[in-house]
Design a binder for this molecule. Structure first.
Ligand code: CP
Length: 345
């Protein structure tokens, strides 16, 4: 059994403070609130493993706006809503009036009238913020290409917690594209929760200074540390978790080849793993380009957590949706009583 299962407090309304809030960044939540979301995710995962149905949200709908493609985000949110007894709608450009034929404001107001939550994957953070500005239902960030992917990084924190049973005293090394939205999110979430972070990437492709400042502010609160290095061997030497992401996203042609050359020294492969701390675990939020940012031996090896990360998207997101949408009636099933009482406002 997971060291964190069965951990939602049996207290009426203990999750009521989440109801109606957006999840644009985990920076808007306290460390204790994030831990509460992880506790709820652990309990939902345990129920799912026990084949207990969890229809907390019957008749509720999640609108999912996707400006860019997705496998994990789409399927995990959609399956999660199904398992909660609700429904999710996949909306992409060309199938709704965004972008261009209707404003973000009007779209947000209409979706708020018709659904109980909105999840959005947008190219720009400004679009997500505008959506949330006009929404009267919770808005969840499903990745902004230019800034962050906090629902993935909170899932990654859940995976770390599930694996290690704690955050204190842990170190995560992020290798390669440390200027990426994913690196920013992993660094923000981990340092908020107390995990030391090492970013290993080329000196001319470092994390943006303003993002480093946010991460260091988290460190000042939690006692975690942020270290920047160009040396992948130094980065992995003391790391409990070694994280990487794909080196290119929507780039093509020579731009893609240039990124491959830039990040090649940061490939997570058998030679690098030989320098890692014994017992270290490998993480990649996926999608991956096989044998590019990490070799098959690592991705498919016993050290790999990458498919646990994918599965955990669903469990963590169910917790976030449940907490933000909330419930008005206790479910009849006694197996759901503790979570039900905690969610009641
Ligand atoms: N990690 C992640 O968000 O994957 P997708 O792009 O498939 O949703």
């Amino acid at each position: 059994m997971s060291p964190i299962a069965g951990s939602v407090p049996d207290a009426l309304g203990s999750y009521a403070r989440f109801r109606g809030r957006h999840y644009l960044t985990d920076q808007d939540y306290t460390r204790e609130e994030l831990l509460d979301l992880l506790r709820l995710a652990a309990d939902l995962k345990a129920l799912w493993r026990g084949k207990v149905l969890t229809p907390f949200l019957p008749g509720r709908t999640l609108a999912m706006i996707f400006e860019h493609p997705s496998t994990r985000t789409r399927v995990s949110f959609e399956a999660g809503m199904t398992e909660l007894g609700g429904h999710a709608q996949y909306l992409r450009p060309g199938e709704i009036h965004l972008p261009g034929r209707e404003s973000i404001k009007d779209t947000s107001i209409v979706l708020s009238r018709l659904t109980q939550a909105i999840m959005a994957r947008t190219a720009y953070r400004t679009s997500l913020v505008e959506l949330a500005r006009w929404a009267t239902v919770p808005v969840v960030n499903g990745l902004t290409d230019d800034y962050d992917h906090p629902i993935q990084s909170l899932t990654d924190a859940f995976t770390i917690w599930e694996t290690a049973g704690r955050f204190e005293g842990l170190k995560l090394a992020f290798l390669g594209k440390v200027s990426d939205a994913m690196a920013s999110s992993v660094a923000l979430t981990c340092t908020k929760l107390g995990v030391d972070v090492v970013l290993a990437g080329p000196s001319d492709h470092q994390m943006a200074p303003e993002m480093q400042a946010l991460v260091r502010a988290n460190c000042a609160q939690s006692g975690a540390t942020l270290t920047l290095t160009e040396d992948p061997v130094e980065a992995v030497a003391e790391a409990d978790f070694i994280y990487t992401v794909l080196w290119w996203w929507l780039e093509e042609g020579e731009a893609r080849e240039a990124l491959r050359r830039t990040y090649a020294p940061y490939q997570v492969n058998e030679a690098l793993w030989a320098k890692a701390k014994p017992g270290a675990r490998f993480m990649d939020c996926l999608p991956a380009v096989r044998n590019e940012e990490a070799t098959d031996a690592i991705m498919d090896g016993p050290m790999s957590l990458c498919f646990d990360q994918s599965e955990n998207r669903k469990h963590l997101q169910k917790a976030v949706l449940l907490a933000l949408i909330g419930i008005d009636d206790l479910p009849a099933d006694p197996d759901l009583a503790v979570i039900g009482r905690a969610l009641l406002s």
